[in-house]
Write a protein that binds this ligand. Structure first.
Ligand SMILES: Cc1cc2nc3c(=O)[nH]c(=O)nc-3n(C[C@H](O)[C@H](O)[C@H](O)COP(=O)(O)OP(=O)(O)OC[C@H]3O[C@@H](n4cnc5c(N)ncnc54)[C@H](O)[C@@H]3O)c2cc1C
Ligand SMILES: *[C@@H]1O[C@H](CO)[C@@H](O)[C@H](O)[C@H]1NC(C)=O
Ligand SMILES: *[C@@H]1O[C@H](CO)[C@@H](O)[C@H](O)[C@H]1NC(C)=O
Length: 506
């Protein structure tokens, strides 16, 4: 499954040339090592005998095995004994019962976009949810049933003919399941809240193998826990989400050279302090692309939930002379796919996040400085793409859905909305893992310190579980909800079956 070096990307301006170089590096370095097939685990055999014809077990070197274990960040992948592609909830239950009774390490993988090693990978039994691919729209009650194996691109494309949409991911390729089970920050969050705020039901295979539909009425406690609590309570096979009408939207990607960093950062700062239209949203990323030399590149995604934005909102960005500009009225899925986030597919990756209350002058200055400091420095450590995303939401985004802190595991704070400021470092050499992870930690800490010194109440904010690096204390993500989540875990999974797979563990 070697990614192809895409020549079409290599035909135009500087930015595209350098991005194309990155794609070449990925193509050369990203192919799976040709390990000899491992000894067949007897557990895998037991599973293949128990499951129906809707499901399959694949072994190393089979294309479906290699697809299943691959991740957006290659550092999140491990070679498992086998990869199971279940095709029914009943088969998921059988698999779960076998790994539980034999205490076999396993993984549950949705879209494979976690940046945390071991969260959706294992050396044991890898469960790939790809075959849960239903999108069933119900115009009667404005909901849609979505299979746990889909990514958001698929969901948006399937809903488009119905003129409706859901609150989901902002860039291409991200999986529905992991995203939703962690919270879900969307282009629509200012209007409707997080993805978890729009869920009406889960189909869940519990750790004991029971298949249940979990709703507010059927099991309020489990319904709360699944909304942000990750894979602690079993394997979700379907999500039911509320839909809302969707017109064409406006936006896309602009890129800028190194000399525009300050201006773009200032425009982002102004956007987050002044714009109150909940249909408007941006992500402004200060990036360094290291291709032999260090090349700072700024990328901004503009989004307006309508075919044309009211005048004024995005003018500061549009007025800056750009390297590339792909801004227009378009379908929702097209704006999602305008993001270049998939260009680092297959490189090693680490995320971090700081809950920022305000993109103040001091904070934005510190972010600029961090980008200029670490970007070139990590070139020496195979850091290929060092990125700081100024992203955020309106002050009432956590409250706009009308949901309380009791309604969902995440966010545990609703009275304020801290921006989930996002750091992403990509690199190529595994030997540099510890160095890069330490660097991203230092950088996030520095920005935290500057925000604190600026008088911001960082500590009342929760770190977003889907951006938090390995080792983040659970209290910093779940705050006062943690006690309740631990109590729920003890009831739903007394034998700690879900501890056999990676992730945040209550
Ligand atoms: C390019 C990129 C863009 C992103 N953009 C956003 C964004 O705009 N907003 C946002 O909120 N987040 C965003 N994220 C973060 C994203 O939410 C997480 O990476 C999330 O984990 C992705 O889910 P996944 O299904 O692709 O991941 P996976 O790696 O497959 O799974 C992540 C976790 O969920 C668990 N899981 C997966 N499927 C199931 C299941 N069926 N049942 C139980 N547990 C399951 C896994 O075991 C694992 O612990 C982005 C990430 C990337 C890489
Ligand atoms: C992302 O890139 C990889 C490797 O080139 C490719 O296999 C995958 O299909 C791409 N995903 C999307 C959503 O474009
Ligand atoms: C810039 O960041 C580096 C690394 O965090 C730090 O050592 C330096 O003091 C910072 N400079 C300024 C002016 O803040």
């Amino acid at each position: 499954m070697k990614p192809m070096f895409n020549l079409r990307r290599c035909s135009a301006p500087t930015i595209v040339l350098t991005l194309c170089f990155l794609s070449a590096v990925r193509a050369l370095g990203g192919s799976p090592s040709m390990l000899a097939a491992r000894a067949r685990d007897p557990i895998c055999k037991q599973i293949s005998e128990a499951i129906s014809s809707a499901s399959n077990v694949y072994y190393p070197l089979h294309p479906n095995y290699e697809t299943a274990i691959s991740h957006w960040a290659s550092s999140s992948s491990q070679r498992s004994d086998c990869a199971v592609w279940p095709g029914s909830a009943v088969d998921v239950a059988k698999i779960l019962q076998i790994v539980a009774s034999t205490r076999t390490p396993f993984a549950v993988r949705g879209g494979g976009h976690t940046a945390n090693p071991g969260f959706s990978s294992t050396t044991g039994v890898h469960i790939f949810m790809k075959r849960f691919s239903e999108v069933t729209y119900n115009s009667g009650d404005n909901t849609v049933v979505i299979g746990a194996g889909l990514n958001w691109d698929d969901v948006y494309a399937a809903l488009e003919p119905h003129g409706v949409n859901v609150v989901g991911g902002r860039v291409t390729g991200v999986g529905v399941a992991g995203f939703t089970l962690g919270g879900g920050y969307s282009w629509k969050t200012n209007q409707y809240g997080l993805t978890v705020d729009t869920i009406t039901a889960f189909e869940l295979v519990k750790p004991n193998g029971d298949i249940v539909t979990v709703t507010e009425n059927s099991d309020p406690e489990l319904f709360f826990g699944l909304k942000g609590g990750g894979n602690n309570f079993g394997i979700v096979t379907k999500f039911t989400l509320k839909t809302h009408p969707q017109t064409q939207v406006w936006g896309g990607l602009m890129t800028f050279d190194a000399f525009k960093q300050e201006r773009v950062a200032a425009a982002a700062r102004k956007f987050f302090s002044e714009v109150t239209d909940p249909k408007a949203s941006i992500i402004a990323a200060l990036n360094t692309l290291n291709v032999v030399v260090s090349l700072p590149i700024v990328s901004v995604t503009l989004f307006y939930d309508g075919p044309s934005p009211p005048p004024g909102i995005f003018d500061d960005f549009l007025a800056i002379s750009h390297l590339s500009k792909d801004i227009k009225p378009r379908s929702f899925v097209s704006v999602v796919q305008a993001s270049p986030s998939n260009l680092t597919y297959g490189t090693r990756g680490a995320f971090h996040s700081v809950p920022i209350l305000e993109y103040s002058e001091a904070v934005v200055k510190a972010i600029l400085n961090e980008s200029k400091f670490w970007g070139p420095k990590l070139n020496l450590k195979s850091g290929i793409f060092i990125s700081y995303s100024i992203e955020g939401f309106l002050p009432n985004a956590h409250a706009v859905s009308g949901k309380s802190i009791e309604s969902a595991a995440y966010p545990p704070i609703r009275s304020k909305t801290h921006h989930p400021f996002f750091l992403y470092f990509a690199w190529t050499i595994a030997g540099n893992d510890a160095h890069i992870r330490d660097a991203i930690e230092q950088s996030a800490r520095r920005i935290t310190d500057v925000a604190r010194a600026d008088g911001q109440d960082i500590d009342s904010g929760a770190i977003y579980p889907n951006y938090a690096p390995p080792g983040t204390p659970l209290e910093e993500m779940y705050d006062s909800n943690l006690g309740r989540l631990r109590a729920l875990r003890a009831v739903v999974d007394p034998d700690r079956v879900m501890d056999l797979c990676g992730g945040w563990k209550f």
